[in-house]
Design a binder for this molecule. Sequence first.
Ligand SMILES: [Ca+2]
Ligand SMILES: [Ca+2]
Ligand SMILES: [Ca+2]
Length: 208
Amino acid sequence: MKQRFWVGMSVVVALCLSSSSWASPVVDGSIAPGEYATVITDVPGEVGYDPAMNIASIYLDSDASWNYLGLDVVAGAIANNGGPSSFLGHTLLLAVSSDNATPTPNPLYRLIVDIQGANNIVALQTYIAGNWVTTALNPADYAVSVGSELEVKIATSVMSLPGTWNLAAQLDDTGSNPDDQLTGLVPEPSTLALLALGTMALLRRRAA
Ligand SMILES: [Ca+2]
Ligand SMILES: [Ca+2]
Ligand SMILES: [Ca+2]
């Protein structure tokens, strides 16, 4: 019984370490296993996209200072020029957040990452009284890195998301290929840590 307790404990510790409360993602253009608290995986086997423009998964996390978003594609590194069919030579990521209100969620933010070769332009719009209003971003408000994957973080001072929210994202090739879309619910970051703590309490009780 004691051995099982410690095996359980190490699982709990691993869970805690991989969840947002313990380690925040690093915006370095590369997504490591367990780096993000939430993963939304796209439908596999989608056709008609350049593999370097076909979203595989979107990764999300947050801490007191930052909201984090990562994106990987189904094969190779994400295209930084829109891919073979692009008219503009840009890859555009649009990530729209809304709250979890029923029956109609309220729009919150639009995050735009415009990748132009080595240049990455980040823009933010906030939904205020029925209008999308551009938020002026200072360099200290965000960081972006495009390597094999895309990673971006936005300060919570300019983008304040509720505990649970909805994501609608689109990766646009600025060309004639279809643009890949992904939607999903992003759970409260602390849920995972609470789950781990709950498991720990349960194991402790069982071991006693
Ligand atoms: Ca990273
Ligand atoms: Ca996809
Ligand atoms: Ca297109």
